[in-house]
Write a new protein. Structure first.
Length: 279
């Protein structure tokens, strides 16, 4: 029997929680030996930001997403899903969205009825900013406004991506998959165009139109996301992370990272440390 979870109910251990108008944010921790969840659904739609660790997010019997740090999964209310056993300690920031907030969002309602996973789509820097504001929400009167603004930006990203699914041709989705699979390589536009059998000029134009960024911009974002994962989940030196992510050297990595995230790699690693439990 599929279990329905009322608002505010989760399987993980709650570390802290805060409420804003139309949103409730809860930081949850799952132990390394967590056995997973049964199929279930939630009363309210959720945005689940992965702050550390890895797990599979399973929708029905066909769709499985591997959740890694600094990605965000959106799960509409009533959609049945489950999580498998974790192989590492997992921390997530779950944002419950009141139906009135969804109804007030600009965009077609059907674009908020499908699950979606935000990966390269600005997620590391938006989620980093969201988590910093969440931790400091009681210390600075400007934090609630910053957190609310970031949440609305994330909802906008969800609307945009789900909207693109309805009008993106197969060859363009294939091009995006190539970029996601091989972002650490020295890819060229001509190589990608050849693989999807389209002219490079048309690829460049259609890619930017569909995804709101050039191929090069998406590759940089994917490299930064990969580096963000490594910064949070490992103690590896910056130079090593930079080279493995595809950057030419540590200086180039730090400059790009600061430009996109708004903080240096060292600052990001420090600010992403877990919250201390309250009380």
């Amino acid at each position: 029997m599929t279990e329905g979870l009322a608002a505010g109910k989760f399987f993980g251990e709650r570390v802290r929680a805060h409420s804003l108008e139309g949103f409730k944010l809860s930081e949850l921790v799952y132990s390394q030996d967590f056995v997973g969840t049964p199929p279930h659904f939630h009363e309210h739609s959720l945005m689940k930001a992965n702050l550390g660790g890895r797990f599979n997010h399973i929708f029905g019997t066909k769709t499985t997403w591997v959740s890694v740090p600094w990605t965000l999964d959106y799960c509409p209310s009533g959609v049945v899903h489950s999580h498998n056993a974790h192989q590492s300690r997992v921390r997530v920031l779950v944002i419950e969205v009141h139906p009135a907030r969804l109804e007030a969002s600009e965009g077609k309602p059907e674009h908020l009825r499908s699950p979606v996973s935000l990966r390269a789509e600005r997620s590391p820097w938006l989620l980093s900013r969201l988590y910093r504001g969440f931790k400091e929400i009681e210390l600075d009167t400007a934090c609630p406004l910053e957190v609310e603004g970031t949440l609305l930006m994330l909802l906008s990203e969800i609307l945009r991506i789900n909207g693109n699914k309805h009008r993106t041709p197969r060859w363009l989705r294939h091009a995006r998959e190539i970029v996601h699979d091989r972002f650490r390589e020295s890819l060229t536009l001509a190589e990608i165009a050849h693989e999807v059998d389209i002219h490079p000029v048309w690829l460049a134009s259609a890619f930017h139109s569909a995804y709101g960024k050039t191929v090069g911009q998406m590759i940089r974002q994917l490299r930064v996301q990969y580096a963000s994962d490594q910064l949070v989940s490992t103690d590896r030196p910056l130079a090593e992370i930079a080279l493995e992510a595809g950057f030419s050297d540590q200086s180039h990595f730090s400059n790009i990272f600061r430009r996109l995230v708004g903080a240096s790699p060292t600052q990001f690693r420090r600010s992403s440390a877990p919250s201390r439990p309250q009380g």
